[in-house]
Design a protein around this ligand. Structure first.
Ligand code: DIR
Ligand code: MN
Ligand code: MN
Ligand code: MN
Length: 312
């Protein structure tokens, strides 16, 4: 089993600095070693050159705007680098585990996985739907928009040149959400109009996480009763802030730690997982001492459980 840990220390898809520190904290927690112990032959790949990361945010902010949309050119440039790196990992038969960074990076990771596995289904684990378009976004933060770009929902005339590389070929029936509880009105309309499978915390409470996962897998692979390649893009804010306090947009009433880990344990068990993102870990947003260690420990557990760690 071969694995590539891809670092994506990028914060330009939203407005709170610190989320670029996620990968370093997870690696310092011993993530590579623990995955090696699980049997993975692991390399670390760092696609974002210091050149890009050194771009001074305040300088960029002045010029890199499209209406209220923040840093479209930077996001387009960075996500393309991530896309190319994930593509390379996959062509080298390495499982891509991408550590964010904010969720805009999924424009790159998911596009690469779909290139390699055209029938892949996407599980988006998040409190948020991240499906705002350039016209529906209220915040102008592109980490709230990656799914709309992956699906090609944005008006071609509006898409900035730097984001034109995104294939935008994800079909609405190839995504399912789990953990939703903070959706903008515009997003609700999009989800409804496209008939997207969306399991909110209500569904988790009503049906239980086990049934929700099975239904989500069947939704993205209806013709094979849920069997087929799965990409999982995991925003740690899907979990309750009790377990992941250090994240940019925490929302109360989330998944328990066990629900969040069971989810990826189950995906690992299927043998169908072909890529994983873990995003929105922001060590700078801790207000108590143990908030950072709780958040990092939880995030690393997600990676280990997704990659084969079991309780027994
Ligand atoms: C809100 C918040 N829907 C937005 N989104 C996210 O800014 O578009 N927070 N993704 O994590
Ligand atoms: Mn979120
Ligand atoms: Mn919101
Ligand atoms: Mn997200």
């Amino acid at each position: 089993q071969r694995l590539s840990i891809i670092t994506a220390p990028f914060s330009g898809g939203q407005s709170r600095s610190g989320v670029e520190k996620g990968p370093k904290y997870m690696l310092n927690h011993g993530l590579q070693n623990s995955l090696t112990k699980l049997g993975w032959s692991t390399v670390i790949t760092e696609p974002l050159s210091s050149a890009i990361l050194q771009i001074k945010k305040d300088e960029m902010d002045q010029n890199d705007r499209m209406g209220i949309v923040k840093r479209p050119n930077l996001v387009g440039k960075v996500t393309k680098l991530i896309y190319e790196t994930v593509t390379k990992s996959l062509s080298n038969e390495r499982f891509p585990l991408t550590l964010g960074g904010d969720h805009s990076i999924a424009m790159g990771t998911v596009s690469a996985v779909i290139d390699k596995f055209p029938d892949a289904g996407l599980l988006w684990i998040d409190a948020h739907a991240d499906i705002n378009t350039l016209t529906s976004t209220d915040s102008g933060n592109l980490h709230g928009c990656p799914v709309s770009f992956l699906m090609g929902l944005n008006d071609k005339k509006m898409v900035p040149e730097s984001m034109e590389w995104i294939p935008g070929n994800l079909k609405p029936n190839k995504i399912a959400y789990i953990g939703l509880r903070d959706i903008d009105e515009g997003e609700k309309k999009i989800l409804k109009n496209l008939g997207i499978a969306a399991f909110s915390m209500y569904h988790v409470d009503r049906l239980g996480i086990n049934e929700v996962i099975e239904m989500a897998m069947r939704a993205i692979h209806p013709e094979t009763n849920g069997d087929g390649p799965i990409m999982c893009s995991y925003d740690v804010d899907a979990l309750d802030p009790l377990y992941v306090p250090a994240t940019g947009t925490p929302v109360r009433g989330g998944l328990t730690l066990r629900e969040g880990l069971f989810l990826v344990e189950r995906l690992a068990e299927t043998g169908n997982l072909v890529g994983l993102d873990i995003v929105e870990v922001n060590p700078d947003l801790a207000s108590k001492d143990d908030h950072v260690s709780d958040t990092i420990a939880t995030s690393c557990s997600i990676a280990r459980c997704a990659l084969g760690e079991t309780l027994l």
